[in-house]
Design a protein around this ligand. Structure first.
Ligand code: ADP
Ligand code: ADP
Length: 223
């Protein structure tokens, strides 16, 4: 589902964030990406949703070579990828319902189907009583669940999350981990970048550790 072949990424000449990354994440796998701050975790995720293009090497997502994609092809790729950003990126003046509905509006769903699907996922996330609230009136854990609902509402092939449990308490962390697990069981390939050792240890999933832009632990078993 995700393949990186000898990927290098330099922001400027002096900052090489990734050095020769080889990584294969098969369809349906759940992988944690960990390592110290500045190791390249966010950069690697940005490559996966084509916010960045590698300086060298190839990035292949769901059989498509992202490196060779034109700008106009990228939105189509992103329709099959749910992304949860560290700062959530929720629209502050829209309700919870509207924030989650956006994903399906872009896909051209009917209003009736959108409402049905959004209610369903918000109920799963324990947020049905907050559908008409705006994000700023929600707790951090609730905002995170809205961001997850928005990323998962169209059952994406891939879910990417950057530090999804950053400021959450243990109860909310468990909730989030369960949401990832459920999505993964339904077939979504999951890649989560995190510092959170406890989250990783509880999950019993593959862990890929980055240090200074290189994979130092958890390389592909086939290599
Ligand atoms: P992590 O997510 O593991 O903390 P990042 O991928 O954010 O690591 O950063 C990897 C390296 O790239 C760091 O040296 C960081 O300072 C640098 N970096 C990240 N984003 C940018 C950027 N937009 N411009 C320049 N350098 C960046
Ligand atoms: P994370 O640590 O979760 O990856 P960020 O991606 O926001 O968080 O930033 C990671 C590192 O990259 C930080 O050290 C930050 O200072 C650096 N960085 C982010 N954006 C830039 C930028 N535009 N120019 C230089 N460094 C950046």
């Amino acid at each position: 589902m995700i393949q990186l072949h000898n990927v290098f990424l330099s922001y400027q000449k002096e900052v090489t964030a990734l050095h020769g990354i080889n990584l294969h994440v098969p369809r349906g796998e759940f992988v944690f990406l960990t390592g110290p701050s500045g190791a390249g975790k966010s950069t690697l995720l940005r490559l996966l949703y084509a916010a960045l293009s590698p300086t060298r090497g190839q990035v292949v997502i769901d059989g498509q070579n992202v490196t060779r994609m034109t700008r106009s092809q990228i939105p189509y790729l992103r329709r099959s990828i749910g992304v949860v950003f560290q700062d959530f990126k929720l629209l502050p003046n829209r309700t919870v319902l509207e924030n989650v509905a956006i994903t399906l509006e872009v896909l051209g769903w009917s209003k009736q189907d959108i409402n049905k699907k959004v209610f369903h996922i918000l109920k799963q996330m324990g947020l049905e009583h907050k559908i008409n609230a705006t994000p700023l009136r929600l707790s951090g854990g609730e905002q995170q669940r809205v961001a997850l609902a928005r990323a998962l509402v169209n059952d994406p092939k891939i879910l990417l999350a950057d530090e999804p449990t950053g400021n959450l308490d243990e109860e909310n962390k468990d909730l989030i981990l369960n949401i990832f697990r459920d999505a993964n069981i339904r077939g979504t390939t999951v890649v989560v970048a995190t510092h959170d050792r406890r989250l990783i240890e509880h999950s019993h999933k593959r862990v890929v550790t980055l240090e200074k832009g290189k994979i130092v632990e958890g390389p592909d078993v086939t290599q």
